[in-house]
Design a binder for this molecule. Sequence first.
Ligand code: 13P
Length: 345
Amino acid sequence: MSPHYLSRDIQVELAQIAQSIATPGKGILAADEHAAIIESRFSPMDIQNNEENRRYYRQMLFRTKECSQYLSGIILCHETFYHKTDDDDIPFPRLLNEMGIMPGITVDRGLIILGGTDNETTTQGLGGLEERCREYKKNGAQFAKWRALIKISPTCPSQLAINENASKLARYASICQQCALVPIVEPEVSLEGDHDLEQCQRVTEQVLATVYKALSDHHVYLEGTLLKPNIVTPGINCAKKYTIEQIAEATVIAFRRTVPTAVPGIMFLSGGHNEENSTAYLNAINRVQLYKPWVLSFSYGRALQTSVLRAWKGNKNNSEQARKEFMRLTRQNGLASLGQYEISA
Ligand code: 13P
């Protein structure tokens, strides 16, 4: 019996997708908030969280002219993946493919508590994953996302949480690749807490080293993957202040120590940092004077949408203003992914 290694054709396809998402100057919009999460984005702006508002909002974003100049991929949730445009009935994945933007799909099913730990979590969703991946691929998806969350506290992360999450990410990545979907591997080290920059760097390195060992153990083809990590920063309640340059350097050093050069792109999450900081950090990361063998770009959710939602307010008459905000943010982050963002830009 031959082992189920990936065929040469699938390897070529995966590497092409991953490389095209990691195009210099472009990044990913994470528009995969499911109904419960979008509630936390809509309600502060007094936007009603119903299915048509969710569909209309995504259509407004996706149909922003020229956003493909700065976006190579958009991640959708299950509901949005099957939504269509209202005027010509085009399924969103097809719309994006036609615009030259790769459609992706979140395939995990959220976090659950890891028993016997200090409220650490693991991610569920491996059951039936292969069937779901094949269906998404058939309907136009090119890549997938699975998010694991690691928290920092005096007792966390435990070795159990790190190992468990690394192993789930690796199993997920292996299944995706068998179905010709590029897995985005997202081990997010949480911003919550009062830890300092050095501790975030240590934990991020430990997590990434464990994740890449697990990916290797699971025979994951690294050229056909993307990493979606946190930026290395102090915790949100840390008393000590650091410069943007210190944050950028700690981030690049952590990745140089742990992420193989075969990985084409590192696409950061914004993780609760505001729009200004998310752009400034990405820009500074790309300006660090150290050898960086990967494309370093964005896969932002909140940092690409907060001002857009504030402008839109759930009112169709504000769509043009909302799109202007969306273009401003995508452009700024596109420039930052090249280290070319200037505050006045
Ligand atoms: P944020 O950029 O808002 O953290 O979202 C990115 C994401 O997809 C988290 O899984």
